[in-house]
Write a protein that binds this ligand. Structure first.
Ligand code: ATP
Ligand code: MG
Length: 353
Protein backbone atom coordinates (compact mmCIF):
# COMPACT_ATOMS: atom_id res chain seq x y z
CA UNK A 1 0.00 0.00 0.00
CA UNK A 2 1.09 3.52 -0.68
CA UNK A 3 1.91 5.68 2.29
CA UNK A 4 0.56 9.07 3.35
CA UNK A 5 2.04 11.44 5.92
CA UNK A 6 0.96 14.86 7.19
CA UNK A 7 0.83 17.03 10.31
CA UNK A 8 -0.34 20.26 11.89
CA UNK A 9 1.68 22.40 14.29
CA UNK A 10 0.28 22.81 17.81
CA UNK A 11 0.76 26.58 17.63
CA UNK A 12 -2.81 27.42 18.62
CA UNK A 13 -6.33 26.36 17.91
CA UNK A 14 -6.99 24.26 14.81
CA UNK A 15 -9.19 26.29 12.43
CA UNK A 16 -11.33 25.70 9.36
CA UNK A 17 -8.32 26.17 7.05
CA UNK A 18 -6.38 23.37 8.75
CA UNK A 19 -9.50 21.25 8.75
CA UNK A 20 -10.58 21.68 5.13
CA UNK A 21 -7.08 22.14 3.73
CA UNK A 22 -5.57 19.12 5.45
CA UNK A 23 -7.30 17.07 8.15
CA UNK A 24 -10.50 16.31 6.26
CA UNK A 25 -8.44 14.75 3.48
CA UNK A 26 -6.41 12.73 5.96
CA UNK A 27 -9.63 11.08 7.06
CA UNK A 28 -10.48 10.09 3.49
CA UNK A 29 -6.97 8.88 2.77
CA UNK A 30 -6.72 6.56 5.76
CA UNK A 31 -9.09 4.23 3.92
CA UNK A 32 -6.70 3.43 1.11
CA UNK A 33 -3.24 4.44 2.36
CA UNK A 34 -0.85 3.31 5.04
CA UNK A 35 -1.35 6.47 7.09
CA UNK A 36 0.95 8.42 9.44
CA UNK A 37 -0.39 11.65 10.94
CA UNK A 38 1.53 13.62 13.52
CA UNK A 39 1.25 16.64 15.76
CA UNK A 40 4.41 18.48 14.73
CA UNK A 41 5.40 19.95 18.07
CA UNK A 42 9.05 20.48 17.10
CA UNK A 43 7.83 22.83 14.37
CA UNK A 44 5.72 24.72 16.88
CA UNK A 45 8.75 26.20 18.66
CA UNK A 46 10.25 27.82 15.55
CA UNK A 47 8.26 31.03 15.90
CA UNK A 48 10.24 32.38 18.87
CA UNK A 49 9.96 31.98 22.63
CA UNK A 50 6.90 29.87 23.47
CA UNK A 51 4.98 29.01 26.61
CA UNK A 52 5.82 25.41 27.62
CA UNK A 53 2.45 24.92 29.34
CA UNK A 54 0.61 26.05 26.22
CA UNK A 55 2.67 23.75 24.01
CA UNK A 56 1.79 20.62 25.94
CA UNK A 57 -1.88 21.60 26.14
CA UNK A 58 -2.07 22.39 22.47
CA UNK A 59 -0.29 19.15 21.54
CA UNK A 60 -2.85 17.01 23.38
CA UNK A 61 -5.74 19.06 22.10
CA UNK A 62 -4.54 18.83 18.48
CA UNK A 63 -4.22 15.05 18.70
CA UNK A 64 -7.73 14.83 20.16
CA UNK A 65 -9.09 16.97 17.31
CA UNK A 66 -7.49 14.61 14.76
CA UNK A 67 -9.39 11.72 16.33
CA UNK A 68 -12.59 13.72 16.74
CA UNK A 69 -12.43 14.71 13.07
CA UNK A 70 -12.47 11.05 12.12
CA UNK A 71 -8.96 9.62 12.22
CA UNK A 72 -9.34 6.03 13.32
CA UNK A 73 -6.38 4.74 15.36
CA UNK A 74 -7.05 1.28 13.91
CA UNK A 75 -6.33 2.64 10.44
CA UNK A 76 -4.00 5.58 11.05
CA UNK A 77 -0.85 5.92 13.10
CA UNK A 78 -1.41 9.10 15.11
CA UNK A 79 1.64 10.33 16.99
CA UNK A 80 3.56 13.27 18.38
CA UNK A 81 6.61 14.29 16.35
CA UNK A 82 8.94 14.75 19.35
CA UNK A 83 8.22 11.16 20.44
CA UNK A 84 10.23 10.01 17.43
CA UNK A 85 13.76 11.37 17.80
CA UNK A 86 14.67 10.39 14.24
CA UNK A 87 12.90 13.59 13.06
CA UNK A 88 15.56 15.72 14.72
CA UNK A 89 18.38 13.46 13.65
CA UNK A 90 17.42 13.27 9.99
CA UNK A 91 16.92 17.04 10.04
CA UNK A 92 20.59 17.48 10.95
CA UNK A 93 21.75 15.14 8.22
CA UNK A 94 19.57 16.90 5.65
CA UNK A 95 20.66 20.34 6.91
CA UNK A 96 24.17 19.55 5.81
CA UNK A 97 22.96 18.62 2.33
CA UNK A 98 20.75 21.72 1.90
CA UNK A 99 22.15 24.95 0.46
CA UNK A 100 21.17 27.87 2.67
CA UNK A 101 20.02 29.83 -0.39
CA UNK A 102 17.20 27.32 -0.92
CA UNK A 103 15.82 28.21 2.51
CA UNK A 104 16.25 31.96 2.25
CA UNK A 105 13.98 31.89 -0.82
CA UNK A 106 11.01 30.34 1.01
CA UNK A 107 7.97 32.64 1.02
CA UNK A 108 6.79 31.48 4.45
CA UNK A 109 10.19 32.19 5.96
CA UNK A 110 10.27 35.67 4.47
CA UNK A 111 6.75 36.44 5.71
CA UNK A 112 7.18 35.02 9.18
CA UNK A 113 10.64 36.56 9.57
CA UNK A 114 9.26 39.96 8.64
CA UNK A 115 6.61 39.65 11.34
CA UNK A 116 9.07 38.34 13.93
CA UNK A 117 11.38 41.34 13.48
CA UNK A 118 14.61 40.81 15.41
CA UNK A 119 13.51 37.60 17.07
CA UNK A 120 14.10 35.26 14.10
CA UNK A 121 15.52 31.91 15.17
CA UNK A 122 17.68 29.56 13.13
CA UNK A 123 14.79 27.14 13.61
CA UNK A 124 12.45 29.36 11.59
CA UNK A 125 14.82 29.25 8.63
CA UNK A 126 15.27 25.52 9.10
CA UNK A 127 11.54 24.77 9.33
CA UNK A 128 11.28 23.34 5.78
CA UNK A 129 14.20 20.95 6.36
CA UNK A 130 12.49 19.58 9.46
CA UNK A 131 9.35 19.22 7.35
CA UNK A 132 11.34 17.38 4.68
CA UNK A 133 12.61 15.06 7.41
CA UNK A 134 9.05 14.36 8.61
CA UNK A 135 8.01 13.30 5.14
CA UNK A 136 11.13 11.47 3.99
CA UNK A 137 11.50 9.41 7.18
CA UNK A 138 8.31 7.53 6.31
CA UNK A 139 9.03 7.17 2.58
CA UNK A 140 5.70 8.92 2.08
CA UNK A 141 4.25 8.69 -1.43
CA UNK A 142 1.76 11.46 -0.88
CA UNK A 143 1.45 14.46 1.44
CA UNK A 144 -1.97 16.13 1.80
CA UNK A 145 -1.48 19.83 2.65
CA UNK A 146 -2.98 23.24 1.98
CA UNK A 147 -1.77 25.46 -0.85
CA UNK A 148 0.58 27.41 1.46
CA UNK A 149 2.77 24.32 1.84
CA UNK A 150 3.29 23.71 -1.89
CA UNK A 151 6.67 25.42 -1.94
CA UNK A 152 7.89 23.42 1.06
CA UNK A 153 6.81 20.20 -0.66
CA UNK A 154 8.80 21.15 -3.72
CA UNK A 155 11.80 21.83 -1.52
CA UNK A 156 11.36 18.40 0.08
CA UNK A 157 11.53 16.86 -3.37
CA UNK A 158 14.67 18.85 -4.16
CA UNK A 159 16.36 17.83 -0.91
CA UNK A 160 15.49 14.16 -1.45
CA UNK A 161 16.82 14.36 -5.00
CA UNK A 162 20.04 15.96 -3.84
CA UNK A 163 20.66 13.37 -1.13
CA UNK A 164 19.91 10.56 -3.57
CA UNK A 165 22.24 12.13 -6.07
CA UNK A 166 25.08 12.77 -3.64
CA UNK A 167 24.93 9.59 -1.62
CA UNK A 168 22.66 7.18 -3.46
CA UNK A 169 22.62 6.75 -7.24
CA UNK A 170 23.81 9.68 -9.37
CA UNK A 171 27.41 10.63 -8.69
CA UNK A 172 27.82 7.59 -6.53
CA UNK A 173 27.33 5.37 -9.55
CA UNK A 174 29.94 7.26 -11.53
CA UNK A 175 32.61 6.40 -8.98
CA UNK A 176 32.31 2.69 -9.59
CA UNK A 177 29.83 -0.14 -9.69
CA UNK A 178 26.49 0.76 -8.14
CA UNK A 179 26.94 1.30 -4.44
CA UNK A 180 30.45 -0.09 -4.37
CA UNK A 181 31.69 2.82 -2.29
CA UNK A 182 29.02 2.46 0.38
CA UNK A 183 31.24 2.50 3.44
CA UNK A 184 29.79 -0.22 5.60
CA UNK A 185 28.50 -2.22 2.68
CA UNK A 186 24.99 -2.33 4.08
CA UNK A 187 23.64 0.37 1.80
CA UNK A 188 23.73 -1.00 -1.74
CA UNK A 189 23.18 2.24 -3.66
CA UNK A 190 20.21 3.55 -5.57
CA UNK A 191 17.62 5.92 -4.13
CA UNK A 192 17.88 6.39 -0.40
CA UNK A 193 14.85 8.64 -0.04
CA UNK A 194 11.53 8.44 -1.82
CA UNK A 195 10.53 11.62 -3.65
CA UNK A 196 6.94 12.38 -2.54
CA UNK A 197 3.99 14.07 -4.28
CA UNK A 198 1.80 16.81 -2.84
CA UNK A 199 -1.97 16.39 -2.60
CA UNK A 200 -3.69 19.78 -2.49
CA UNK A 201 -7.52 19.77 -2.49
CA UNK A 202 -9.56 21.67 -5.08
CA UNK A 203 -11.80 23.49 -2.59
CA UNK A 204 -10.41 24.34 0.83
CA UNK A 205 -6.75 24.53 -0.20
CA UNK A 206 -6.66 28.16 0.86
CA UNK A 207 -9.33 29.22 3.34
CA UNK A 208 -8.96 32.96 3.80
CA UNK A 209 -9.11 35.16 6.89
CA UNK A 210 -12.51 36.46 7.97
CA UNK A 211 -11.09 39.95 8.34
CA UNK A 212 -9.03 40.07 5.14
CA UNK A 213 -10.02 38.01 2.12
CA UNK A 214 -6.55 38.29 0.65
CA UNK A 215 -4.68 36.70 3.60
CA UNK A 216 -4.90 33.05 4.56
CA UNK A 217 -6.62 32.00 7.77
CA UNK A 218 -3.80 31.29 10.27
CA UNK A 219 -3.33 30.05 13.82
CA UNK A 220 -0.59 32.59 14.36
CA UNK A 221 -2.68 35.64 13.44
CA UNK A 222 -3.12 37.49 16.75
CA UNK A 223 -6.61 38.61 15.70
CA UNK A 224 -8.95 35.90 17.02
CA UNK A 225 -11.77 37.25 14.84
CA UNK A 226 -9.81 36.34 11.70
CA UNK A 227 -10.50 32.62 12.03
CA UNK A 228 -13.13 30.08 13.01
CA UNK A 229 -11.67 27.38 15.22
CA UNK A 230 -12.92 23.82 15.12
CA UNK A 231 -13.68 24.10 18.85
CA UNK A 232 -15.45 27.50 18.75
CA UNK A 233 -18.87 27.60 20.43
CA UNK A 234 -21.96 28.44 18.32
CA UNK A 235 -21.98 31.91 19.92
CA UNK A 236 -18.37 32.58 19.02
CA UNK A 237 -18.98 31.39 15.46
CA UNK A 238 -22.05 33.61 15.11
CA UNK A 239 -20.15 36.62 16.45
CA UNK A 240 -17.15 36.12 14.19
CA UNK A 241 -19.32 35.71 11.10
CA UNK A 242 -21.41 38.73 12.04
CA UNK A 243 -18.26 40.88 12.24
CA UNK A 244 -16.41 39.43 9.28
CA UNK A 245 -15.41 41.59 6.35
CA UNK A 246 -17.88 41.88 3.46
CA UNK A 247 -18.47 44.41 0.66
CA UNK A 248 -21.21 46.70 -0.57
CA UNK A 249 -22.10 44.68 -3.67
CA UNK A 250 -25.48 42.96 -3.86
CA UNK A 251 -25.61 39.26 -4.60
CA UNK A 252 -22.90 36.69 -4.03
CA UNK A 253 -20.50 35.08 -6.48
CA UNK A 254 -17.42 32.91 -6.70
CA UNK A 255 -14.18 33.97 -8.32
CA UNK A 256 -14.47 37.75 -8.72
CA UNK A 257 -10.94 38.90 -7.86
CA UNK A 258 -12.27 42.20 -6.51
CA UNK A 259 -14.51 40.28 -4.07
CA UNK A 260 -12.25 37.78 -2.26
CA UNK A 261 -14.55 37.77 0.79
CA UNK A 262 -17.52 36.59 -1.26
CA UNK A 263 -15.51 33.74 -2.76
CA UNK A 264 -14.12 32.75 0.63
CA UNK A 265 -17.39 32.73 2.54
CA UNK A 266 -19.25 30.91 -0.24
CA UNK A 267 -16.45 28.34 -0.30
CA UNK A 268 -16.74 27.80 3.45
CA UNK A 269 -20.48 27.36 2.97
CA UNK A 270 -19.85 24.88 0.17
CA UNK A 271 -17.41 22.88 2.29
CA UNK A 272 -19.63 22.80 5.38
CA UNK A 273 -22.80 21.79 3.52
CA UNK A 274 -21.10 19.38 1.11
CA UNK A 275 -22.93 21.07 -1.78
CA UNK A 276 -21.45 21.69 -5.23
CA UNK A 277 -20.53 25.21 -6.34
CA UNK A 278 -23.54 25.24 -8.66
CA UNK A 279 -25.90 24.28 -5.86
CA UNK A 280 -24.44 26.99 -3.62
CA UNK A 281 -24.86 29.60 -6.36
CA UNK A 282 -28.43 28.55 -7.00
CA UNK A 283 -29.28 28.84 -3.31
CA UNK A 284 -27.22 31.89 -2.33
CA UNK A 285 -26.33 33.77 -5.54
CA UNK A 286 -29.04 36.37 -5.10
CA UNK A 287 -28.81 36.67 -1.30
CA UNK A 288 -27.80 39.80 0.53
CA UNK A 289 -25.03 39.54 3.08
CA UNK A 290 -27.57 39.98 5.84
CA UNK A 291 -29.40 36.81 4.75
CA UNK A 292 -26.33 34.80 3.92
CA UNK A 293 -24.50 35.30 7.22
CA UNK A 294 -27.03 33.46 9.40
CA UNK A 295 -27.21 30.63 6.84
CA UNK A 296 -23.43 30.36 6.89
CA UNK A 297 -23.39 30.39 10.70
CA UNK A 298 -25.88 27.51 10.80
CA UNK A 299 -23.89 25.50 8.27
CA UNK A 300 -20.60 25.93 10.17
CA UNK A 301 -22.17 25.15 13.56
CA UNK A 302 -23.89 22.07 12.16
CA UNK A 303 -20.69 20.80 10.57
CA UNK A 304 -18.58 21.29 13.67
CA UNK A 305 -20.95 20.15 16.39
CA UNK A 306 -20.47 16.36 15.99
CA UNK A 307 -16.69 16.89 15.96
CA UNK A 308 -16.91 18.93 19.15
CA UNK A 309 -19.05 16.28 20.82
CA UNK A 310 -16.53 13.55 19.99
CA UNK A 311 -13.71 15.80 21.15
CA UNK A 312 -15.33 16.22 24.57
CA UNK A 313 -15.70 12.45 24.87
CA UNK A 314 -12.09 11.78 23.93
CA UNK A 315 -10.78 14.36 26.40
CA UNK A 316 -12.84 12.78 29.17
CA UNK A 317 -11.81 9.20 28.62
CA UNK A 318 -8.90 8.68 30.99
CA UNK A 319 -5.81 7.26 29.31
CA UNK A 320 -7.38 6.80 25.87
CA UNK A 321 -5.47 9.52 24.06
CA UNK A 322 -2.16 8.54 25.68
CA UNK A 323 -2.68 4.94 24.58
CA UNK A 324 -3.35 5.97 20.97
CA UNK A 325 -0.31 8.25 20.90
CA UNK A 326 1.92 5.59 22.43
CA UNK A 327 0.94 3.00 19.83
CA UNK A 328 1.33 5.60 17.11
CA UNK A 329 4.81 6.55 18.29
CA UNK A 330 5.88 2.90 18.46
CA UNK A 331 4.76 2.26 14.89
CA UNK A 332 6.34 5.52 13.69
CA UNK A 333 9.64 4.82 15.44
CA UNK A 334 9.93 1.46 13.78
CA UNK A 335 9.74 2.95 10.27
CA UNK A 336 11.69 6.12 11.06
CA UNK A 337 14.64 4.39 12.74
CA UNK A 338 15.16 2.25 9.68
CA UNK A 339 15.21 5.21 7.29
CA UNK A 340 17.60 7.26 9.37
CA UNK A 341 19.90 4.23 9.73
CA UNK A 342 19.97 3.90 5.93
CA UNK A 343 20.81 7.58 5.52
CA UNK A 344 23.57 7.42 8.17
CA UNK A 345 24.98 4.40 6.48
CA UNK A 346 24.86 5.90 2.99
CA UNK A 347 26.55 9.08 4.28
CA UNK A 348 29.41 7.10 5.77
CA UNK A 349 28.78 7.16 9.49
CA UNK A 350 30.45 4.33 11.32
CA UNK A 351 28.09 1.67 12.57
CA UNK A 352 27.58 1.40 16.31
CA UNK A 353 28.49 -2.11 17.44
P1 ATP B 1 0.73 28.94 11.69
O1 ATP B 1 0.12 30.29 11.51
O2 ATP B 1 1.24 28.68 13.07
O3 ATP B 1 1.72 28.61 10.61
P2 ATP B 1 -1.28 27.54 10.23
O4 ATP B 1 -2.68 27.94 10.43
O5 ATP B 1 -0.60 28.01 8.99
O6 ATP B 1 -0.48 27.93 11.55
P3 ATP B 1 0.02 24.97 10.04
O7 ATP B 1 0.15 24.10 11.25
O8 ATP B 1 1.19 25.76 9.59
O9 ATP B 1 -1.23 25.94 10.28
O10 ATP B 1 -0.47 24.08 8.81
C1 ATP B 1 -1.12 22.82 8.99
C2 ATP B 1 -1.82 22.40 7.72
O11 ATP B 1 -2.95 23.25 7.48
C3 ATP B 1 -0.96 22.50 6.47
O12 ATP B 1 -1.25 21.40 5.64
C4 ATP B 1 -1.39 23.78 5.83
O13 ATP B 1 -1.18 23.78 4.45
C5 ATP B 1 -2.87 23.79 6.16
N1 ATP B 1 -3.40 25.15 6.22
C6 ATP B 1 -3.00 26.15 7.06
N2 ATP B 1 -3.71 27.25 6.85
C7 ATP B 1 -4.58 26.96 5.84
C8 ATP B 1 -5.61 27.70 5.16
N3 ATP B 1 -5.86 28.97 5.49
N4 ATP B 1 -6.31 27.08 4.20
C9 ATP B 1 -6.07 25.79 3.87
N5 ATP B 1 -5.11 25.04 4.45
C10 ATP B 1 -4.38 25.61 5.44
MG1 MG C 1 1.49 27.63 8.75
Amino acid sequence: RKRVLSGVQPTGSIHLGNYFGAIKNWVKMQEEFDAFYCVVDLHAITAGAHDPKELIKSTRSSAAIYLAAGLDPERSNVFVQSHVSAHSELCWLLNCATPIGWLEKMIQFKEKARKAGEDVSVGLLDYPVLMASDILLYNADIVPVGEDQRQHLELTRDIAGRVNNLYGGGKWKKMGPKGSRAPSGRFRGGDILRVPDAYIPEAGARVMSLTDGSAKMSKSNPAEGSRINVLDTPDEIAKKIKRCKTDAVEGLEFGDPTRPEATNLLTIYQLCTGMTKEEVLKECGSMRWGDFKPALTDAVVEHLSPIQARYAEIMQEEGYLDGVLKRGADAANEVAEKTVADVRDAMGFMERI
